[in-house]
Design a binder for this molecule. Structure first.
Ligand code: ADP
Ligand code: MG
Length: 243
């Protein structure tokens, strides 16, 4: 038992350390990536090495971003969240960079969707992971018509469903079977952590994650979040709203 305790203590420390490192790495990585990007654009005859560095940096960046949510389960702060509002924030960050890649991001939002109960950072991370995968799945499409990522919300008294569709290659069937397992990737520079983290986030929110391919084209990711319910939750929501 003692051994067991020590083992779990070790894990907590390791987890904290990992989270710390991920935090520390994130900013400098982004800065270096940004500068390299500019250098590459300005220098017509860009060097192969720079491309390589960029690729590796992007990969590190991606891993640390994906790691953040994984490594810090204790930092989850559940509160009232408006999924539409959260998605709009993500949209404002990604709409332009995606447009530059020939990808359109369309949000079909009914402003009346009810509040849900969850962790903003995690839910944003969820949206970002879905969008990133969708964009990557459309990389093979011709630039002039790379495709659209469509986001829609449906809701009932019980839950809010977010439906995100892309027009990419679609999920390989074995990926759907392995949903939730880490390090499952078909990409040369993939981490295979995105879907697992998405699943974890939805599990934390007591929702349901479903992935499937659209009968016409592309992948669909569907997640349900509970509608805010208990008196406590509503009270908290009112407090937040009146602030
Ligand atoms: P990564 O993106 O690093 O490969 P993920 O866990 O995010 O890891 O995704 C795992 C795999 O699932 C991808 O490599 C890809 O094969 C498949 N996948 C994920 N999202 C999509 C999508 N929108 N369309 C098609 N395939 C997808
Ligand atoms: Mg991914």
């Amino acid at each position: 038992a003692e051994e067991h305790l020590r083992e779990s203590e070790k894990l907590t420390t390791a987890g904290r350390l990992a989270a710390g490192i991920a935090h520390e790495l994130r900013n400098p990585l982004s800065v270096v990536e940004g500068f390299l990007q500019i250098a590459t654009e300005e220098n017509q005859a860009f060097s192969k090495h720079r491309e390589l560095m960029l690729t590796e940096l992007r990969r590190m960046n991606l891993m640390t971003t994906e790691f953040l949510v994984l490594a810090k389960p204790k930092d989850i702060e559940m509160g009232p969240v408006h999924l539409g509002k959260l998605f709009k924030e993500v949209l404002s960050l990604y709409k332009r960079p995606l447009a530059e890649q020939g990808i359109e991001l369309v949000l079909n939002l009914d402003d009346d969707i009810p509040y849900s109960f969850g962790d903003e950072t995690q839910i944003k991370q969820f949206f970002i992971n879905v969008i990133r995968n969708g964009a990557e799945a459309m990389e093979g499409n011709p630039f002039a018509d790379r495709g659209t990522i469509t986001v829609a919300f449906e809701y009932s008294k019980e839950d809010i469903k977010v439906i995100i569709r892309d027009e990419g290659v679609g999920f390989p069937p074995y990926i759907i079977k392995k949903l939730g397992q880490p390090f499952v990737t078909t990409k040369e520079n993939g981490t295979g952590l995105g879907l697992m983290i998405m699943k974890k986030i939805i599990d934390t929110h007591k929702g349901k994650l479903t992935v499937y391919n659209h009968p016409e084209k592309g992948a669909v990711v569907q997640a349900t979040f509970p509608v805010i319910k208990s008196r406590d939750q509503v009270k908290k929501a009112e407090k937040c709203l009146s602030r």
